[in-house]
Design a protein around this ligand. Sequence first.
Ligand code: HEM
Length: 485
Amino acid sequence: MDGISFPFWLVVLVICFVLGLIILNHFLPMFLKHGLAPRGTFGWPLLGETLWFLNPHSSNSVGNFLLQHCSRYGKVFKSHLFFSPTIVSCDPELNYFILQNEGKLFQCSYPKPIHGILGQLSMLVAVGETHKRLRNAALSLVSITKSKPEFLHDIERIAIQILDSWKDKPQVIFCEEARKFTFNVIVKQVLGLTPEQPETTKILRDFLTFMRGLVSLPLYIPGTPYARAVKARSRISSTVKAIIEDRRRRRNNNNAEERNNSDFLEILMSVDTLSEDEKVSFVLDSLLGGYETTSVLMAMVVHFLGQSPTALQQLEIEHQKIRSMKQKNEKLNWEDYQRMDFTQNVINEALRYGNVVKFVHRKALKDVKFRDYLIPSGWKVLPVFTAVHLDPSLHANALQFHPWRWESQDQTCKKFTPFGGGSRCCPGSELAKVEVAFFLHHLVHNFRWRNEEEDQPVAYPYVEFPKGLVLNVEFCPDDVEKKHH
Ligand code: HEM
């Protein structure tokens, strides 16, 4: 009996000791910096307030957690999220300060399991010199390809292809169609692949597994979504390497068509500041950054326009005007895009009101004093964009979709940061906007649509329409002309 009870008590002692450590580790930071850090609570040991913070809510609202915490503690408060003491900021000045001081006072800090899937060479997790090198390559690639007419033609052709497939359908699941569109665009832009090529299907299949892993429990046990995602990443990596290799071989064989080809991949291959693995990571970053975000934005635009007939009508007139200045079937160009002023306002408003990205992850590299409070070194810092975008003291009628506000409001301001800011600002922002604008051009010109049932964008915090935004669609190509003449 004694022989049994001794180890039992030892086990209890060890458990108590570990629990004590966890509790101490959880609450100690709170007391050490007591009075200096902003007000707030740490919640439960280990989990803190994470589950409450992640509680889904409509993406055009701030959600209960922020509502209650901001009213109790103010726009900047402390909490315990993602296993770390955290400062949450809903203040535009502090958010701006955080984003502008990337690498100096703060640093990008996504949860460790995400590193496991993305790999250390991903621009989204890389820091310091590696990040700078990857980012410079991305920016120069974007600026070279952006102005090329083929780049715009590809986007338009893919939009027309998708919309053509709607002609005989009474109903579409818009989010699926939008994903098809943005995936085909990004795969064409980056790898030069068309939807019909077998590699495209293969990459899509692996990429979906990869995405599922990003929002799953980080357990590396064979068969779990997380483990499958890590494997899918390595398969995509092999496929991309094979594509690069094939392109290189054909170029070396002096294939004239290849030499004239000046897509992303061709330019990427000639960048000598990136290793082979970094180039593969770059392709993955583009897929990851440009696929889901842009398709969600498209769905939001269509959803909000459906609730705002006046905005939809003004949009139709704008696109009708652009069409009337062109020959039948003439392709859109960069000048046309720049003429789409109201479309830009609609896109900006969908970004503000719909909030594709709710917040970004940072950590403090040293003790940082901001106004009266201290942000302690090593703490997580979350600038929350949604809270700023929907703050009625910053945007008049903040909880209404009102694209006209952008006629007089500067879109490059501290209170509007849908693409982040500072040295990590999204390099794909313009690409995303052109995609949405060109798709809308052909959508409003050829179709009428109506929501089949109530659906809305929900922040999980990644944003999704739970029912996929089912639309009843009607093909009526000349309707806009008749209506507005
Ligand atoms: C509506 C569409 C999009 C939204 C709302 C969006 C939003 C964002 C945000 C908020 C960040 C900053 C992340 C941070 O600071 O931690 C970011 C970074 C990034 N985005 Fe986008 N994005 C969009 C489209 C795209 C597209 C089309 C691409 C690629 C072609 C792309 C590629 C990237 C990359 C590579 C980064 C990392 C940049 C860095 O760390 O330096 N994004 N995006």
